[in-house]
Design a binder for this molecule. Structure first.
Ligand code: PMV
Length: 324
């Protein structure tokens, strides 16, 4: 009744931005990410007869409130699948550098899904596991796999055809993804709230829905051909389109800060000097920068010199779920 799983987080190159079903977490567009080897979560789930409720320890600290509630609601789904009415002790360790301010929901929910299913004794293939993780956090369904991963949105109302598939393994392409950590981050609009507000109120959202399937088709081709300029420019453009939808929302909002924009401009300047380097940004102010290994020194040095940048953490494409 006990199992441990490790999952890595991922960064979307084609964003998931908007839900068509909030409770099942079904997206309005298919999307694509790279799993990162630099950030992971390890989770042990232990179901026990004598527990009266779930207990959640994150980085050895007892967690209550909303975070515990989120975990308990997710475990209710696992209990329902197994038919067993048992509570668990959940111990999670995030290997995300402290204060990096990255959402750990993708790696966290993927590891929780894998460990809890195994611990309670239901055997799920990767597709079923991806569907389960999706119901904890959308982006988590992609962290079941390593390398380059597509979340196929599906069409069905019940979500049975909404899950991730691997597009290319982690050794397909040795690119680098630098997470640029900013020294000050403000309280952000959660991805859940940001998506909801944008879908409901932004007149730009229709344009997002029209363009994104085209971006996805093209980036898959670029990945297959290992065409870095093509892949990077599509990822950067898709990120800018996602962030543009938030400016059209009511009330309008943006995830960007002054340092976010300095990093974006630095990336564009490096490109003007002939270095193939591109950025992408999720629902927060931090920037991820994509480049090739031979340009590492130049890119890192330049990023480190930007005012307001605290740290640069470099990843390669990482692996999917593993059991410890
Ligand atoms: O799954 P969530 O709720 O963490 O939402 C992720 C949303 C974005 O990070 C902005 C885009 C993405 O595809 O990961």
């Amino acid at each position: 009744m006990k199992a441990t799983a490790r999952a890595h987080t991922n960064i979307a190159l084609i964003k998931y931005w908007g839900k068509r079903n909030e409770s099942l977490i079904l997206p309005t567009n298919s999307n694509l990410s790279v799993t990162l080897d630099g950030f992971s979560t390890e989770t042990t789930v232990h179901f026990q007869e004598d527990l009266k409720k779930d207990i959640f320890l994150l980085n050895e600290q007892n967690v209550e409130g909303n975070a515990l509630e989120k975990v308990a609601v997710f475990l209710d789904k696992v209990r329902a699948l197994s038919g067993k009415e048992l509570y668990a002790q959940i111990q999670s360790v995030n290997h995300v550098p402290t204060a990096a301010g990255f959402a750990s929901s993708a790696s966290g929910l993927a590891a929780l899904a894998a460990a809890s299913a195994k611990a309670i004794g239901i055997s799920l293939d990767d597709t079923e596991l991806s569907k389960l993780a999706r119901q904890g956090s959308g982006s988590a369904c992609r962290s079941i796999y390593g390398g380059f991963v597509e979340w196929q949105m599906g069409e069905r109302e019940d979500g049975a055809d909404s899950f991730a598939v691997q597009v290319a393994g982690k050794s397909h392409w040795d690119i680098r993804i630098a997470a640029v950590v900013l020294s000050k981050t403000t309280k952000k609009v959660s991805s859940r709230e940001g998506m909801r507000r944008t879908v409901e109120t932004s007149p730009f959202y229709a344009g997002w829905l029209e363009q994104t399937p085209k971006d996805l088709q093209e980036i898959k081709q670029a990945i297959a051909e290992k065409d870095f300029e093509k892949m990077g420019s599509i990822a950067e453009a898709n990120c800018l389109r996602m962030h543009a939808t938030t400016l059209g929302a009511n009330p309008p909002f943006t995830y960007w800060q002054d340092t976010t924009m300095r990093v974006m401009q630095t990336v564009q300047n490096l490109r003007e000097k002939g270095i193939p380097v591109f950025f992408t940004i999720d629902a927060g102010p931090n920037v991820k920068v994509l480049y090739l290994s031979e340009d590492e020194d130049k890119v890192k040095k330049r990023l480190q010199s930007i005012e307001g940048v605290e740290d640069i953490i470099v990843s390669k494409p990482g692996s999917g779920i593993s059991y410890l």
